[in-house]
Design a protein around this ligand. Structure first.
Ligand code: G6P
Length: 616
């Protein structure tokens, strides 16, 4: 969701660094943006609808350029349309306080009514604006009591009235400008340097300033000053938060000569797989990371997979892998559904959350619910220090590096590789796999790197481009797959929807005859994922049924007979069926990318989406 940045520096201007931070965070939301800085006469605010570049142009006059303290925001609208008035920062009536917010104030209507009765005039439709007026009101009240409150005192007092989720950065002008941040739900992290302090909703925006990062906890209110960050709990009690050293490099978030982040991230997959797998694979077993002991794994009787979007698709593959390799029963759920039904979890259930960002609100809440229901918790996650990593008992950190393209690609393959390692490890701990069997499975995974490289060769990419061209005018797309490749069909359809706004549906191939077959007619393109293995014959029959009804069939996979039957064939190197999703998804990612390009879509910032969904 929205991106938040703030800085207070000793003797350097803050604006350029804040804008750079916003550019890095633009993938969190990109419908409007704004900054506020502390000047001697009050806060100066500039906001614009649209992208950061529109804001950057509006700052060319240099009027805000010298300030040493400021906050910035890139918005994904929740309350009120994405126009200039609703863009953050929002300021109070004294013009001394400005605030940016990521999250949702659930009781904003009630608070708004109360503030209006107290004489406040609102200037936007946002839920956020209530917070800045509450801070101003509480500061005035504390001042009236003769307490000379700091901004942090005012923020703490104001937040007592706020229900919902927030990551906020607030500044107040004065002889020494004050910068305060607080969080409940969405992430916030701090980097303290010798001559400044930076706050951001994502470590990526902090990397240019340093690698030692403090992650704030829910309820924390942090007071930033050059070289310092003092954290207090809601009652004002000071608390120490240790810094974590971040492994990513700032340049990993760049484009490395590619046209789009999505394209770069698709092409990074061989290296990502190599990193995620190589360091963990040992003799007949796999090391997963912190908190996974044989004793814990031996006690796992059932697994409950939780996730959203692409991460849940990786979770569905995980379900096949864990059941197939480790012999442990698995349930998978959309995290947003799990948290609002009444799940019944048997003793010995491991709740396994899968998430790229580690900040998806529904996934975090679902994992918390599972924990409350007595489960041990595990996570497969890509972001060090994220809320999920901090919440789970055991963590497998995928090594995909920063993923910036809003449509997830390399994180998916890393998640599936992580799930595969977890399945082998669980299989070993439960006695379902011998050392020899585990070795064979791990060798199959290790062997994928070269095959991924083949799938990304110029020739292979050109083939997908050609197929995309001949199908760009299709009126709809159906993606079919079965078994371990059924989730790949779901993922292929999701990628196409996200990137090119074309209607696409993913379906288990065997279910097609129970509904989607009615859609098949000339002009409908059907992508069938079929690799050699236990269900290849079955999928081939489904494919024949499509052809018989005039559908255009594109086969992706290694099943030669299916490829021969296809109108267009995308060959994928042969592999063990269990690892085939990691290969088969790549042409589907490329297909979505190429169709998106042909349709002139904004590949890295598809409409209405956001990379990290930190609200419900
Ligand atoms: C958003 C993103 C998707 C992602 C999903 C889950 O919808 O656009 O690409 O799969 O959130 O995100 P997570 O960070 O939990 O994997």
């Amino acid at each position: 969701m929205c991106g938040v940045v703030g800085a207070v520096l000793r003797d350097q201007p803050a604006l350029e660094g804040i804008l750079d931070g916003l550019r890095v965070l633009e993938y969190r939301g990109y419908d409007s943006a704004g900054v506020a800085v502390a000047l001697s006469e009050g806060v100066a605010v500039r906001r614009r609808a649209g992208r950061i570049e529109a804001l950057s142009e509006a700052l060319q006059d240099g009027a805000l350029s010298d300030a040493r303290c400021g906050v910035g925001h890139t918005r994904w609208a929740t309350h009120g349309p994405p126009n200039e008035l609703n863009a953050h920062p929002h300021s109070d009536h004294s013009g001394r306080i400005a605030l940016v917010h990521n999250g949702i104030v659930e009781n904003h209507q009630e608070l708004r009514r109360e503030l209006i009765e107290g004489g406040v005039e609102f200037r936007s439709d946002t839920d956020t604006e209530v917070i800045v007026h509450l801070v101003a009101r509480e500061l005035e009240r504390l001042d009236g009591e003769g307490l000379s409150p700091s901004l942090a005192d005012g923020v703490r007092a104001a937040l007592q009235f706020v229900e919902g989720y927030y990551a906020i950065a607030v500044l107040r002008t004065g002889p020494e400008p004050e910068l305060v941040a607080a969080k409940q739900g969405p992430p916030l992290c701090v980097c303290v340097t010798d001559d400044g302090a930076w706050i951001a909703s994502d470590v990526l925006a902090l990397l240019p300033h340093g690698k030692q990062v403090v992650f704030l906890e829910d309820g924390d209110v942090a007071r930033l000053s050059p070289g310092h960050c003092e954290v207090a709990r809601p009652d004002g009690a000071a608390v120490e938060r240790a810094a974590v050293e971040i492994q990513w490099r700032a340049e990993d978030a760049g484009m490395a000569g590619f046209d789009h982040h999505m394209q770069k991230e698709i092409h990074e997959q061989p290296a990502v797989l190599g990193r995620t797998v190589s360091e963990r694979v040992g003799e007949g077993d796999a090391a997963l990371g912190s908190g996974w002991t044989d004793e814990d794994l031996g006690g796992v009787e059932r697994v409950q997979v939780l996730g959203c979007g692409t991460a849940l698709h990786a979770g569905l593959v995980a379900q096949f892998l864990i059941e197939g390799l480790a012999g442990v029963p698995v349930d998978s759920d959309y995290a947003s559904e799990f948290r609002y039904r009444a799940p019944r979890l048997v003793p010995g259930t491991l709740a396994l959350a899968i998430s790229q960002s580690g900040e998806t609100a529904d996934t975090l809440a679902a994992l918390k619910l599972a924990e409350e229901l007595g489960c041990r918790t595990g996570a497969i996650c890509n972001v060090q220090g994220s809320s999920l990593v901090r919440a789970a008992d055991s963590v497998l950190l995928t090594d995909a590096g920063p993923e910036i393209g809003v449509a997830s690609t390399k994180a998916f393959t890393a998640q599936v590789a992580g799930a595969y390692l977890a399945a082998v490890r669980l299989g070993r701990a439960k006695g379902a796999l011998s050392e020899v069997e585990a070795d064979a499975h791990l060798a199959a995974l290790r062997g994928l790197r070269g095959q991924l490289e083949q799938l990304l060769s110029d020739e292979a990419v050109a083939k997908v481009r050609e197929v995309a061209r001949s199908n760009q005018d299709a009126k709809g797309f159906l993606f079919l797959g079965r078994g371990v490749n059924y989730p790949v069909a779901l993922e292929g359809a999701l990628k196409l929807k996200e990137i090119s706004y074309v209607h696409a549906e993913g379906y288990p191939a065997g279910e097609m005859k129970h509904g989607p077959i009615a859609l098949i007619e000339p002009g409908m393109s059907v992508l069938v994922v079929n690799s050699q293995g236990g269900v290849a014959d079955k999928v081939r029959s489904n494919l024949e049924q499509v052809k018989a009804r005039g559908g255009r069939v594109i086969v992706v996979g290694s099943d030669e007979e299916s490829l021969a039957l296809a109108d267009e064939a995308i060959h994928v190197p042969a592999s063990s069926e269990w690892v085939s999703p990691i290969l088969n998804v790549v042409p589907l990612q490329l297909f979505a990318y190429e169709i998106g390009l042909l349709k002139g879509c904004d590949i890295d910032k598809p409409r209405n989406l956001a990379k990290s969904v930190t609200v419900e």
